[in-house]
Design a protein around this ligand. Structure first.
Ligand SMILES: [Ca+2]
Length: 252
């Protein structure tokens, strides 16, 4: 009988802890984190707003996540202003709090805007669904995950981020956060309206987690085309293809 009581107690604790999961979580400050690069791709050059070290890790879960559709409440984004160029890949630094296996994926998202003001009214300009991270070590070790994407062209400010659908569970992984960087970052997160006592919509992460954040662990593999001739009327039409081919040829 004693074992039955114990079993019921364990099940009750399990159910209780799942039911109690708040809409957002963090893994706590550490200034002794270690970063693991992806196997076979060390030292890749990227454009990042962070300083290469990460002192905390955040995630949205449960009621904070509202499905893989716009406006992607529970997503994270980092904004950049790189004038004009091509994005060839996106890197995200992730970590996890437990050693359980996971099968979750994430949707990589790109918005226009987000540097001078929030991406509140920005439209989603690229979606790369179903990306599966493979380098997610236990906190306070952090892993860089490189996600190849179909190359897309940007001009003017834009934001890159992701949504992970942990609506029915606790977080499988957390986004690594640079809290002591030199500045210049533009981290944003999108909060479901009327969620607890949090502000609504796109806000800076300190408004949720209460800690200053220099940048998220999100970077891009970027080819700068700012010195190349830019055709404002470029519309991917056949009439422009030769012009575009010439632009690309300059940077091969
Ligand atoms: Ca740092």
């Amino acid at each position: 009988m004693k074992w039955l009581v114990s079993l019921v107690a364990v099940l009750a604790v399990g159910l209780f802890s799942v039911a109690l999961a708040g809409p957002y979580s963090s893994l706590g400050y550490s200034n002794e984190t270690v970063v693991i690069e992806p196997e076979g791709r060390p030292g890749r050059l990227e454009v990042a707003n962070h300083d290469g070290t990460f002192e905390d890790a955040f995630c949205w879960q449960g009621a904070g996540c509202v499905g893989s559709t716009p406006p992607y409440y529970g997503c994270f984004a980092e904004a950049f202003d790189l004038t004009y160029g091509e994005v060839n890949g996106i890197s995200i630094w992730l970590t996890r709090g437990g050693d359980d296996s996971f099968s979750s994926d994430l949707d990589i998202l790109v918005w226009d805007g987000g540097v001078l003001s929030s991406p509140e009214d920005a439209s989603v300009i690229e979606v790369f669904p179903g990306a599966i991270p493979t380098n997610v070590p236990m906190w306070d070790t952090v892993g860089r995950n490189d996600f190849p994407v179909t190359t897309f062209t940007i001009h003017d400010p834009f934001s890159v981020g992701y949504y992970s659908d942990f609506a029915g569970t606790n977080c499988d992984w957390f986004l690594a956060v640079d809290r002591d960087g030199a500045g210049g970052g533009h981290p944003w997160t999108n909060v479901l309206p009327d969620l607890e006592d949090l502000p609504d919509g796109w806000v800076t992460p300190d408004q949720v987690w209460g800690a200053p954040v220099a940048s998220f662990g999100i970077a891009i593999d970027f080819t700068d085309l700012s010195d190349a001739p830019f055709d404002d009327d470029y519309d991917h039409g056949s009439d422009e293809s030769s012009t575009w081919a010439q632009v690309k040829a300059l940077y091969r």
